[in-house]
Design a binder for this molecule. Structure first.
Ligand code: TYD
Length: 211
């Protein structure tokens, strides 16, 4: 089996930069790496992603949950499971913890129901390591909106329009998940400089690879 690594955090917490660091680390180590993002990562998932992020009307929270889970079911079977079976390192930008943090803690859906659907859909595939990039939502959103306002940046999405309380609940939700599973979920201070983030990530990986 390969190694399954997920990256989590609020908007603008630097997940893309971390994904690049992780890829570099493993490629240098001679491993084959595949990167995916959620929602997305498959043709079906990318189509559902555009509904999820650009739909301007209200989406019922359960409908939202099931759309994210539909993307996940597909990417698990099409990409994640086969790549792990071939011994590759899979780096996934968001996974089941996003659903628990956003739809569970953020939207207020029943946590046990969300966890249960997460388990069904991921079919026993659990991240070996999860990096949680933690920062106050104000900081992350400012970065994300900075990207949007620059001419090359993507457009604001449904989540970036949510109020600050929503984003605070998401952050707190993530921290609760990390407290419940400290072995798997490693908290990284996303307000730190890139060098200190890289050092911490490298330490975690070195320790994991030695065990
Ligand atoms: P994306 O543009 O990838 O945002 P980011 O750059 O912050 O990762 O959009 C993904 C959005 O979907 C993000 O706001 C978090 C949200 N999301 C959920 O609400 N539940 C989920 O299960 C997943 C995977 C993502």
């Amino acid at each position: 089996m390969g190694i399954f690594i997920t990256i989590e955090g609020v908007e603008g917490s630097g997940k893309t930069t971390l994904a690049g660091m992780l890829r570099g680390y493993f490629v240098e180590d001679g491993r084959e790496v595949v990167g995916v993002r959620e929602p997305g990562g498959t043709e079906l998932g990318e189509r559902v992603r555009s509904i999820l992020l650009s739909h301007t009307g209200r989406i019922d929270p359960w409908a939202e949950l099931l759309l994210y889970e539909a993307c996940r079911a597909q990417v698990v079977e099409e990409v994640i499971r086969p790549s792990l079976e071939r011994g590759m390192v899979v780096i996934c930008d968001r996974f089941t913890d996003s659903t628990l943090a956003y739809q569970g803690y953020g939207r207020g859906l029943d946590l046990e129901a969300v966890e249960s659907i997460n388990r069904w859909v991921s079919k026993g595939i659990m991240p070996d390591i999860t990096f949680l990039l933690d920062c106050p939502p104000e900081v992350g959103l400012e970065r994300a909106l900075g990207r949007i306002n620059s001419t090359a940046g993507p457009r604001e999405d449904r989540f970036e329009r949510e109020d600050m309380d929503f984003h605070r609940r998401v952050r707190e939700g993530y921290l609760k998940i990390a407290r419940m599973e400290p072995e798997r979920v490693r908290i990284i201070d996303a307000t730190g400089d890139v060098e200190s983030i890289y050092r911490k990530v490298r330490d975690v990986l070195q320790r994991y690879l030695r065990t």
